[in-house]
Design a protein around this ligand. Structure first.
Ligand SMILES: [Zn+2]
Length: 260
């Protein structure tokens, strides 16, 4: 087994050559300063790389990632990233990005022991407990997992809004918009959960609106629909809620890669 990882260095040099060929002077310009507009707080999952998903180059997005994209008020790592990005780099958008099929959320949902990370995932279990009544009403585990992935984004976005970093920025009139998004591993697409907040006066209404939409969807993401169908050995079921709402159909209709 090669242990010096020469292939990665070769890939790196090839990538740098291609970027420089397409954009002469790209790296020397970045050397002078970085001016990212976006702070991405996402899951550490290797399938959810911020720059690639957004189609952005180095210098465009400031990134913090951890298991299950958790924002904890006592996490000095995340808080320091947020403080530096907002106070020093003046990012205008803080985006909490979860993803369907998240391993950390799955472990929290099923009380699965994974080791030291169990302690970290307690924060996701708190989300599960907070929304237990809704989750228990969903028809199967695939729906519950999809819904908990969305709920986790919602709660971590709320936590981001409530940090002293964001609150202080808003109180001095700095533009910082907090967003909550979820990414589909199955189709490479981001979805906006509509937890979009521009100031303290918008937090509660945005939270309530996003939560109502999550309740209406009932975990009916395309990925959950596929998993449910596989479990049942039948075609994807209808969305959980019977309430008439256009939001019901939207998340479940995108085909998976390779599907007709
Ligand atoms: Zn994850």
């Amino acid at each position: 087994m090669p242990y010096r990882l020469h292939d990665l260095f070769e890939r790196n040099r090839q990538w740098a050559r291609e970027v420089e060929a397409e954009r002469p002077g790209f790296f020397t310009k970045l050397l002078a300063q970085q001016e990212p507009q976006y702070l991405w707080i996402g899951c550490a999952d290797s399938r959810v790389p911020a720059n690639e998903i957004l189609g952005l180059l180095p210098g465009d997005v400031f990134v913090h990632r951890n298991v299950a994209n958790v924002v904890v008020h006592s996490d000095l790592n995340a808080l320091s990233v947020m403080q530096y990005a907002i106070d020093q780099l003046h990012v205008r958008h803080l985006i909490v990005v979860g993803h369907y099929g998240c391993g950390g959320v799955t472990a929290a949902l099923h009380d699965r022991r994974v080791g030291l990370a169990d302690n970290w995932l307690r924060h996701v279990k708190d989300v599960r407990h907070k929304h237990r009544a809704f989750l228990d009403r969903l028809p199967d585990d695939a729906r519950r997992l999809a819904a908990l992935c969305e709920l986790n984004v919602l709660e971590q976005s709320l936590n981001a809004c409530e940090t002293t970093v964001v609150q202080d920025a808003w109180s001095r009139g700095q533009v910082v918009v907090v967003h909550g998004w979820v990414y589909g591993l199955h189709n490479g697409l981001l979805e906006d959960l509509e937890m979009t907040v521009r100031g303290p006066g918008e937090v509660a209404a945005a939270y309530d609106r996003a939560l109502a939409a999550i309740h209406l969807r009932g975990g009916a993401s395309a990925l959950a629909a596929q998993a449910s169908a596989a479990q049942a050995g039948a075609a994807p079921a209808a969305p959980f809620s019977e309430a008439p709402c256009a939001a019901l159909a939207a998340p479940a209709v995108r085909p998976a890669p390779g599907a007709a």
